[in-house]
Design a protein around this ligand. Structure first.
Ligand SMILES: *Cc1c(COP(=O)(O)O)cnc(C)c1O
Length: 333
């Protein structure tokens, strides 16, 4: 597996730390819980999209792009990191924010990532109502920019295509190397899954080198079967892009959608508990849309003895704490 043949720029001081969480482990009384600190990727408050953007911006530059176009929900961490990444390389950015969550308090529409998008200074921040074909919206903006003499480069929501997923193939390699150095047998990796690039990259990264570490994606939006199908499709594309021999083992893609609650970005009691618990035991800040629901899932699965004493679980902290400020009334009512 040769990752060096793909254009790449660097944003992250790799490896991000892999830390033991003694207080959370003691509080839950189950498996040893470790955390992979991908909230510390170093680009404008960090998060998992930074790893994908190393390959996506690398590819954009290789194509002579002048202007990045991408999209996400109003409180998108991906959009925030994309503007920052483009700024580093002198590229302009147009972003489309889909108003996917309705009836939220004012902070949701103005604070958190939205404020940071404005500070980072995209060339244009446009909004779209929920329910449109956002890929078609992206393509239309791309055409508009091309007509104006720009060279647009379109990045899909979450940076989740095969090029972006390479960032999480790299993360899988990091986890394997760190676990080896610590003499740590990793029994399971758990993380929040949305646009699928993170899980697709991790599973491909582990399977391509036959490490066979199981990955569980806690869905924040789609029902289980649809999420697994979406992850599997992207994993196959990533596997092919890398030129790994043989067929991608599709059964290695496993998701759980029991912690979505009322829908994408809609708070749950478990999320609020998880955010408070990790902050109060370990001093680590999660986020309300992704990692909070992801850890809520892990906590519940420990309570249900799905993960048990003696096991070693690595929770991938995918970032997003900027979103806490958009959920002020939920988290500190
Ligand atoms: C985007 C995001 C995820 C989900 O990752 P995908 O690659 O989109 O599945 C998880 N956590 C945070 C904080 C995110 O911003």
């Amino acid at each position: 597996m040769n990752l060096t043949r793909f254009p790449r720029v660097r944003f992250t001081q790799a490896p991000t730390p892999l830390e033991y969480l003694p207080n959370l482990t003691r509080t839950l009384g189950g498996p040893h819980i470790f955390i992979k600190r991908d909230d510390n990727t170093g680009l404008a408050l960090g998060g998992n999209k930074t790893r994908k953007l190393e390959f996506l911006i690398g590819d954009a530059l290789a194509h002579g792009a002048t202007h990045i176009v991408t999209q996400g929900a109003t409180q998108s961490n991906h959009v925030r990191q994309t503007i920052a990444a483009a700024n580093r390389h002198g590229l302009r950015t147009t972003v489309l924010l889909e108003e996917r969550v309705s009836g939220a308090p004012e902070d949701y529409y103005r604070n958190g990532n939205v404020l940071l998008d404005q500070i980072l200074g995209a060339a244009a921040i446009e909004t779209r109502p929920a329910g449109l074909d956002m890929n078609a919206e992206l393509a239309a903006v791309g055409e508009r920019l091309r007509a104006a003499g720009e060279v647009p480069y379109l990045i899909p929501g979450g940076g989740s295509n095969a090029i972006g997923a390479l960032g999480y193939v790299v993360a899988a390699q990091e986890i394997i190397a760190q676990a080896n150095a610590l003499d740590l047998r990793v029994d399971h990796v758990v993380h929040a899954t949305g646009s699928t690039g993170t899980q697709a990259g991790l599973v491909v990264g582990f399977e391509a080198v036959s490490s066979h570490i199981p990955v569980l994606g806690i869905s924040v939006r789609a029902p289980r079967e649809r999420q697994e199908d979406n992850v599997r499709r992207l994993a196959r594309e990533t596997w092919a892009l890398l030129g790994v021999r043989g067929d991608f083992p599709g059964e290695r893609v496993v998701a759980n959608a029991d912690y979505v609650g009322g829908g994408y970005g809609v708070p749950t009691e478990g999320m609020v508990e998880a955010v408070h618990l990790l902050a109060r035991t370990e001093g680590i800040l999660l986020d309300p849309v992704y990692s909070g629901k992801g850890l809520a899932g892990l906590i519940d699965l420990v309570c249900k003895d799905v993960f048990t004493e003696g096991q070693n679980i690595v929770f991938v902290h995918t970032g997003g704490a900027a979103g806490l400020f958009a959920y002020r009334s939920t988290l500190a009512p």
